[in-house]
Design a protein around this ligand. Structure first.
Ligand code: ADP
Ligand code: ZN
Ligand code: ZN
Length: 711
């Protein structure tokens, strides 16, 4: 926080102002207005101007403050996350007025035959005005490039009325298109939650893909919107597809919906945010950042796929949008729904201990549940990566004109180049990571720092010319499938193949139009996409996650496998899921075959309780990095040795190098602290942070990560 003097107009709390900051000018957020400053008068600088934006409402300011406190992050940085980029520019001049044109009484008297026949634009404009009572700029452009000019002249004639911006306020008599008869479970869910509209109540809505959660959301949105309330629907980054928006608009053609995510153009994101702020839209669909959207009439928050890692921001303000949603719902006294097929253990634990209401959709109303089968690959020939059973399954689908998906869980599993003679493997010179072998471009690439090099002809260490690939990547699988099924159309979907803008959308379209027979891919394919002809899902190598050092790996693996299984047989075609494993007896796979997340979750919770892991304790991570390894360790030791006093409830572990201990020449390490009491941990962190901040600047960058989900 910084002090400034007001000159002339006094801004309101929550307003954005332009201030001198160092040698530059910056946009600042007014947090408080005081009579006096601790600063000497001579050092105080003046606020230059006030940006033409309504002040942020109190509840948004409170959310920003809370995030800043809880996630141990300077408030300026928190505000920075909350505001669209356009509003952080000193030159911001306010939204362009959105003029709208409506016929006046005189205008309604106009007859087409008043205009000469060759005045085609006049005829067209009149026609457009009769078809649609309010014309915006875009509508005018659709009539003709010169229609805007003509409309202006009609304003002067007194035939048109022109007004700026605000669209008539939300209607409560909106249409909804045809809908299903709800199942009893769905009806119970809708009734239970809608009875709580107007008060804080958190819910877990548990149900596998296709069990009708979205249908429940839609009914609740309908009920909330009927009361003039606004709804915030948050989804994981990758689920925010045009299909979802389309499905929504089809269902509620009259409701005003905007989306908010980081891929929007700056102007559009700002316009959507302002429209939400002004109460002109009823529904905001967005990714994690949308939690900060000021919604004056907020009535309901929905977090779909609440277990998804993309709700947690991994830099700057390291917030969890799901957790903030719960905080915010309480503050605004509205219900919050966390939807998931496989809830995070945190949420599951909250539901089981009655802190959250627990609703369950146990069946798929419109499709059967695809059976999950294990394929034991212990006996498979060395070097073979897809079993005969799986290949037969893919072949059979292909003959029937159905699609198969071969899914590779690539976490910690990527093709590497190794020398069998001396054990050398290709590593990145700037990171402590193995280089990934990209078959197509014949290069080795570092997935941490982007470094890239040609494939060596021989082992740089012993000269052996017979270098081997270790492990399969999607490109290897793609090649193998193309060879095996020469007349099938194979499509690979991963970060490389979808890098170009819109590539992924085009691909989804191709899949839906059945221009593809076999899909090969990673995470991107696991989520939320509905491909009606897809009947077989194959998971190639999920085993490595069973032996991860991350205590969340098992939970994540189950979640991911359930999710990708949900891709099989959504429509009227029966689906099947085949999982290749060397450990078919493992309890995780056994629970998966029974599609029994609950018993697995119970088991994991027992383990976590015994081991003293979240959700039974609260954690925070001090992350640090430096080009100097000794400076890094010195800093972490210093941090571990200066913990203040009176924090017996907090446990501090030893400093350790990060899993990837060096990235782009920066050594990385961390220090884990935890406590059974959230309050005690918070109290400790605030003190500790002040202490660390006061330490003289060193060559170390550091940050605190509260409730980290990755070590
Ligand atoms: P989820 O969000 O849990 O994946 P959806 O709400 O998208 O599930 O529903 C899956 C499919 O089932 C959709 O095609 C939807 O139209 C259909 N559906 C949902 N509820 C019902 C119902 N009560 N009766 C019939 N079909 C339904
Ligand atoms: Zn060698
Ligand atoms: Zn690297």
């Amino acid at each position: 926080m910084f002090d400034y003097r007001t000159r002339g107009q006094i801004p309101q709390i929550g307003q954005l102002v332009v201030v001198p900051f160092g040698k530059r000018r910056q946009v600042g957020l007014v947090l408080d207005i005081a009579e006096y400053s601790q600063l000497a008068d001579a050092r105080l600088r003046d606020i230059e101007s006030i940006l033409p934006v309504e002040p942020l409402p109190d509840h948004t300011l409170a959310l920003i403050r809370f995030s800043s406190d809880y996630y141990q992050c300077p408030i300026g940085q928190a505000a920075f996350v909350a505001l669209p980029a356009a509003l952080r520019r000193v030159r911001y001049v306010g939204p362009k007025p959105q003029w709208q044109y409506v016929l006046t009484d005189a205008g309604r008297e106009l007859r087409p035959d008043q205009f000469p026949a060759r005045a085609t634009i006049k005829h067209k404009l009149l026609e457009a005005l009769r078809a649609k009572p309010v014309l915006r700029r875009a509508d005018l452009l659709a009539v003709s490039a010169r229609a805007a000019e003509l409309a202006e002249s009609w304003v002067r004639e007194g035939w048109l009325e022109k007004y700026a911006g605000t669209v008539p306020s939300p209607r409560s008599d909106f249409r909804t298109t045809a809908q299903h008869e709800l199942t009893e479970e769905q009806r119970n869910a809708v009734d239970a939650i809608s009875a709580e509209l107007g008060s804080y109540s958190p819910w877990l809505l548990e149900g596998i893909t296709g069990s009708g959660k979205t249908e429940v959301y839609f009914r609740l949105i309908e009920r909330a919107a009927t009361r003039g309330l606004q709804i915030l629907l948050m989804v994981p980054e990758i689920n925010l597809t045009p299909q979802l928006e389309e499905r929504f608009r089809e269902r509620f053609p009259d409701l005003r919906l905007v989306s908010l995510h980081s891929n929007l153009a700056e102007g559009e994101r700002c316009a959507n945010w302002l429209a939400a702020r002004a109460g002109e839209v009823q529904v905001v669909i967005g990714t994690r950042l949308s939690i900060f959207t000021p919604l004056p009439q907020l009535g309901l928050i929905i977090v779909d796929e609440e277990q998804d890692g993309s709700f947690k921001q991994q830099e700057g303000l390291r917030y969890s949008a799901r957790d903030l949603a719960i905080y915010y719902a309480r503050q605004r006294r509205v219900p919050v729904i966390l939807g998931s097929a496989t809830p995070s253990l945190e949420t599951y634990h909250n539901a089981r201990s009655n802190r959250f209401g627990h609703l369950h959709l146990s069946r798929r109303p419109a499709a059967t549940r695809a059976p999950i089968k294990l394929v034991d690959v212990r006996e498979m020939a060395k070097g073979q990566s897809i079993s005969d059973q799986v290949l037969q399954g893919i072949g059979a689908r292909h003959e029937r004109g159905e699609q198969s998906l071969v899914f590779l869980n690539r976490r910690g599993f990527a093709p590497a180049l190794v020398c069998n003679a001396c054990g050398w493997n290709a590593g990145c010179s700037r990171c402590s990571a193995r280089l990934v072998w990209h078959l197509r471009d014949a290069v080795l690439r570092c997935h941490y720092c982007g470094h890239q090099e040609r494939l060596p002809r021989a082992c740089p260490s012993c000269g052996n010319q017979d270098l081997k690939g270790l492990g399969q990547g999607t490109q290897h699988l793609e090649q193998l499938l193309c060879e095996r099924f020469p007349d099938a159309r194979v499509l690979r979907i991963d970060r490389d193949s979808t890098r170009r803008k819109h590539a992924w959308h085009t691909m989804q379209d191709d899949i839906r139009r059945q221009r593809v027979d076999i899909l090969v891919g990673t995470q991107m394919l696991a989520k939320g996409h509905d491909f009606p002809k897809l009947t077989l899902v194959v998971v190639v190598n999920p085993d490595s996650a069973l032996f991860s050092t991350d205590f969340r790996a098992g939970e994540r693996l189950f979640q991911q496998l359930m999710q990708v299984s949900g891709r099989a047989g959504r429509a009227d075609l029966a689906g099947e899921v085949l999982i290749q494993t060397q450990f078919p007896e493992h309890p995780l796979y056994q629970a998966l075959v029974r599609q029994d997340y609950r018993s697995f979750a119970e088991e994991l919770l027992d383990e976590r309780r015994l081991a003293g892991f979240p959700p039974f304790v609260y954690q925070a991570l001090l992350r640090a990095d430096s080009q100097s390894e000794s400076a890094l360790m010195e800093f972490l030791d210093y941090a571990a040795g200066n913990l203040g006093t009176g924090h017996e409830a907090v446990t501090v572990y030893d400093p350790v190098p990060a899993t990837v201990s060096k990235i782009a020449g920066h050594h990385r390490g961390h220090l884990l602290v935890q406590s059974a009491s959230r309050t005690e941990l918070q109290r400790f962190l605030s003190e500790w942070r002040l202490f660390l901040t006061r330490r003289k600047p060193s060559r170390v960058r550091w940050s605190l990560d509260v409730d980290p989900i990755e070590l």
